[in-house]
Each structure stands twice: as structure tokens, then as C-alpha cells.
Design a protein. Structure first.
Length: 268
């Protein structure tokens, strides 16, 4: 049995991170040892900047700015992801994933970084080797002739998730320091090397039907992944934006780029 996804599916996604609400962090006065001040006249500038981005994922410790301001990345807790689709299509579903526990982000590798100082635009390539998600779920919909209607525990795994980030910054001067605030961040999932999903109690205890559905899901994981892609993309954008925004808002930009102009100099 083969799934056929429809390009006309209507998808809306809502993602809410379960994090502490803190108005302001604590501006770092001393550069952390794991951050390197990169020079724009250095031929290795982009590689140097890449090491700093890597540190934001793997070296940054909770409490460095202020308690719980930038929380642990692994595990990461997400309150809710919702998927709403046009149920008239043969492959469609409405689903809510809630109380998500996401593991694997700590192993994120920064593969490539380029930065345009004139436009304050960074292009970043990330690879997450393995991503595991445990959550509660509710779902209605259909996969061809198979009607979906259930609730219970969900497990989702993804392997070799390659993500392209496009980040536009804006400079801000405050208290004699210059900061690079994130103005916009766009994420695109370029590649997924493997994907699997299991939904316990999918048919309210009908185990034979449940196992048959999982065979269909995982034999046709590319198509099933495409259904979930917008939700995963939105979650990644929110997670990365929240984490990096908090870091850049309180980390003086000259700790990262040595010859960065002030906002007053840059904008005239």
C-alpha cells in the first residue's frame, strides 16, 4: 500500500515552547571562554563564526545569563504542536501533540556558516543526527481507506535532519555596548535521512489494525513525513529563534565579531 500526499492540503501549525517567562537576562560583561572573537579580515572568518554557533548549541550552559533564561536544550520540552488539514483528501489528518519531550538537539552539528556584514545576514547549515520525540497525542483523519481516530502516547524519530537557517540581524546600542538582535529567522528542512512514528492506542485497543497502520506509516515514511513537515519546520523555527534571540540579546556582539560597527555607525 502506498501513500499519496496532496499538494493542496491546507496546513496550519501552532507551536508553544514550555519555558520560563523572564523579562530580561543578564548582560555578559566577560566573554565566555568557549566564544571566539572572530575578525572579518581573517580568511577563516566564517569558520570561526561557525564554531561560535556550534557553542551556542553544545557549550552554552543553563544559568549563564540568569537562572532558566536560556534553558537546557536537551531534553527540550514543548507544550503543543497542532496540525490541521483538509480532511477531504485521501491522506489527511488533524492532530495535536502535547507535552512533548524532544531529545537529540544537544548533538546538533553546525556544518557551515556564512555572514554578510553589509546586510547583517547569516546563512547557517545544521545537522541533527538523531531526533527523538515522546508526547501525548490525539488524532483524527484518514490514510487512504484507513480512518484514523485515537489518542495516547506518540513516539517520533528522525535521522540526519539537515536544516538551513537564514537569519537577519539588527544592531542595537545600549549602555556603551553593541548587540546583534535577531530581526527575522527562517528555517528550511533540506533533508531527512530516516523517519518513523508510532501511535499507541491508535484504534482504541484494536491491536491488529494498529500494527497494520504502523506498517503503512513506516513503509511510506517519506509521504507521512511530508504531512508533518510544516509542523516540524515551525517547531524548529520557534526553538532556534527563542534560544538564539536570548543569547544574542545579552551577549555583546563584539565578543563574536571584533570589528563590528556600533548601531549608530552602521545606520548613520
Amino acid at each position: 500500500m502506498k501513500l499519496e500526499s496532496s499538494s493542496s492540503l491546507l496546513v496550519t501549525v501552532a507551536t508553544t515552547l514550555l519555558t520560563a517567562v523572564v523579562i530580561n537576562g543578564k548582560t555578559l560583561i566577560t566573554k565566555p571562554d568557549f566564544i571566539t572573537q572572530c575578525r572579518t579580515d581573517d580568511l577563516e572568518f566564517n569558520r570561526c563564526l561557525g564554531r561560535n554557533f556550534q557553542a551556542f548549541f553544545t557549550e552554552w550552559q543553563e544559568g549563564l545569563l540568569s537562572p532558566k533564561y536560556v534553558g537546557d536544550l536537551d531534553p527540550l520540552f514543548v507544550k503543543r504542536i497542532s496540525i490541521e488539514q483538509d480532511l477531504r483528501h485521501p491522506v489527511s489528518m488533524n492532530a495535536n501533540l502535547h507535552n512533548l519531550e524532544v531529545k537529540g538537539l544537544k548533538e546538533t552539528r553546525v556544518e557551515n556558516v556564512s555572514f554578510d556584514l553589509n546586510d547583517l545576514l547569516a546563512k547557517v547549515t545544521l545537522v541533527v543526527p538523531k531526533l527523538n520525540i515522546h508526547s501525548d497525542y490525539t488524532i483524527t483523519g484518514r490514510i487512504l481507506s484507513l480512518a484514523l481516530n485515537g489518542n495516547g502516547k506518540a513516539f517520533i524519530r528522525a535521522e540526519h535532519v539537515e536544516i538551513k537557517l537564514l537569519i537577519r540581524f539588527k544592531l542595537r546600542d545600549e549602555d556603551g555596548l553593541t548587540f546583534m538582535d535577531i530581526d527575522k529567522l527562517h528555517a528550511e528542512i533540506k533533508e531527512v535521512g530516516g523517519f518513523g512514528i508510532r501511535l499507541d492506542n491508535l484504534f482504541h485497543g484494536q491491536k491488529v489494525l494498529e500494527e497494520s497502520a504502523h506498517v503503512v506509516f513506516n513503509e511510506n515514511w517519506h509521504e507521512f513525513y511530508e504531512i508533518l513537515r510544516p509542523a516540524i519546520k515551525s517547531a524548529i523555527e520557534n526553538i532556534v529563534t527563542e534560544r538564539l534571540s536570548k543569547i544574542f540579546a545579552n551577549l555583546p556582539a563584539t565578543f563574536i565579531i571584533g570589528e563590528l560597527p556600533t548601531a549608530a555607525e552602521f545606520y548613520g
